[in-house]
Design a protein around this ligand. Structure first.
Ligand SMILES: [Zn+2]
Ligand SMILES: [Zn+2]
Length: 366
């Protein structure tokens, strides 16, 4: 079938309204910018909700420059994006106008390297590496990518996710980063019925790890420094809770896997020691100051210390489908866009149950 000539002509760029940080030291403020013209494989998504991730705050304040490079300003953060398709390019196959759709932490990759060939775009080995949803360089325009604290986003359909009409859309947003960050290591390490999984920390990532591991059929132990989180942990699906400020995790333990979500520097040895032989401790929190190096003794049980970074597009879709099937969503506190700076301060103080999600309709009605 030939493509009508009008379809091959470039479409105009569109203006998005959003909130951005102009520098590391100023609060976020309203900001208008251009989204690239829709290409043949692109979808334009009207953004309805966007989760607020710790990465947003660290990136806005340029606190991860040692790990991920300097932040590009103005910085429009947000990579837990859900909404509806507003427009599609002439060659788009998997989306129609009006469909629910999401965008997570990635908007592009080289599509040619070994990692991309294995659908592990998050580990892309191409020259530019994986292209982040914000504060990366957009290959199509050479401008900084801009995230979900905005009215709309243009993305290649390969990097858009399908979202069931049956799920709570706002509570699904945090699955796009927090959810996949813990789902991927749970799957990679073969968690299923009968597995024993430990989760360290009960924040945005930790509460998703408890819910997902439990939904996979694992027996879940939560490690926390806050005695006040015991009831929450049980309600989310944890079978037992260890308050580590009162008792150390049992050494020579029986856990197959521990997912450590804490982003403050801490001693890893107790969690390595809580694993059984051949178990793995997976670090997914990113502390600004490195953890102290672990002792060798707990590793002698052939235990592994490893990490994990989000997930590829196929696995992210698998996670969304799994969550729709099992009724898993995040626990959220909705906010208006003009509450974002206050939300950052509350997040730093640990005062959120368990993820802020911005209602983007508040962007349209100032
Ligand atoms: Zn994130
Ligand atoms: Zn690649």
């Amino acid at each position: 079938m030939s493509v009508p000539i009008t379809e091959t002509l470039a479409r105009p760029a569109t203006t998005a309204r959003g909130w951005a940080a102009a520098s590391p030291t100023v609060p976020l403020a309203p900001y208008s910018f251009e989204r690239r013209p829709l290409g043949p494989f692109d979808v334009r998504i009207e953004i309805l909700h966007c989760g607020v991730c710790h990465s947003d705050l660290h990136t806005v304040r340029n606190e991860w420059s040692q790990t991920f490079g300097q932040t590009l300003y103005p910085c429009v953060p947000g990579h837990e994006i859900v909404g509806r398709v507003a427009e599609i390019g002439s060659a788009v196959e998997d989306f129609a106008v009006g469909d629910r759709a999401g965008v997570g932490c990635l908007v592009d990759s080289c599509r040619e390297c070994d990692a991309c060939a294995e659908e592990l775009e998050q580990y892309c080995e191409g020259e530019a590496g994986p292209i982040g949803t914000y504060s990366s360089v957009e290959p199509q325009t050479g401008r900084p990518t801009a995230g979900g604290y905005s009215s709309q986003i243009v993305v290649d359909e390969h990097f858009a996710l399908r979202i069931s009409e049956r799920v709570d859309l706002a509570a699904t947003a945090p699955l796009l980063c927090a959810g996949i960050t813990v789902f991927s290591p749970l799957r990679h390490h073969g968690v299923g019925p009968g597995s024993r999984v430990g989760v360290v920390g009960l924040g945005g990532l930790g509460h998703m790890a408890v819910k997902l591991a439990s939904a996979m059929g694992a027996e879940v132990t939560l490690f926390t420094t806050s005695p006040g989180k015991t009831a929450d942990a049980s309600a989310l699906g944890a079978d037992s809770v260890v308050v580590v400020s009162r008792e150390a995790p049992a050494a020579g333990g029986d856990l197959d896997l521990v997912i450590d979500t804490v982003s403050a520097s801490h001693d890893l040895d107790p969690y390595l020691g809580a694993l059984k032989r051949d178990g793995a401790l997976v670090l997914v929190g990113i502390p600004a100051v490195p953890h102290p190096s672990p002792g060798v003794a707990p590793l002698l049980g052939r235990r592994s210390l490893t990490g994990s970074s989000i997930g590829g597009l196929a696995e992210t879709q698998e996670m969304l489908d799994f969550c729709a099937e099992h009724g898993v969503v995040a626990e959220i506190e909705p906010i208006a866009i003009d509450q974002i700076n206050e939300a950052y301060e509350r997040m730093l103080a640990g005062d959120v149950r368990f993820r802020f999600v911005i209602d983007m309709s508040t962007l349209r009605t100032p």
